[in-house]
Design a protein. Structure first.
Length: 98
């Protein structure tokens, strides 16, 4: 029996197949739609969700304070706090230390 010799054509087909396999593997891991990009998008989505929740809580707090200072409902403690903070008012019997 004679040893089987690979022809140049079969070696070229093998090299192209290995090259394409390597390219598609690289694209599946690091490409625009790859595993790493998907993990990055997932992390960004979690960060944006946390920021959305924080902003929603802040909005609810601001809506509550606005309602408490509205004409329909007036919270005197909150009004007193705002007057002291914004205008710097103090009562005659208070001592301010700065």
């Amino acid at each position: 029996m004679t040893p089987h010799r690979f022809s140049i054509g079969s070696l070229m087909i093998f090299a192209v197949a290995v090259g394409l396999g390597g390219y598609f593997t690289f694209a599946a891991v690091q490409g625009d739609y790859g595993v790493f990009r998907r993990a990055q998008i997932h992390a960004e989505a979690e960060a944006l969700t946390a920021e959305r929740d924080r902003l929603a809580a802040e909005l609810l707090e601001l809506q509550n304070r606005t309602h408490r200072l509205s004409d329909a409902y007036l919270d005197l403690d909150l009004l007193d706090e705002q007057v002291r903070d914004v205008l710097g008012y103090i009562r005659a019997d208070e001592v301010v230390i700065r």
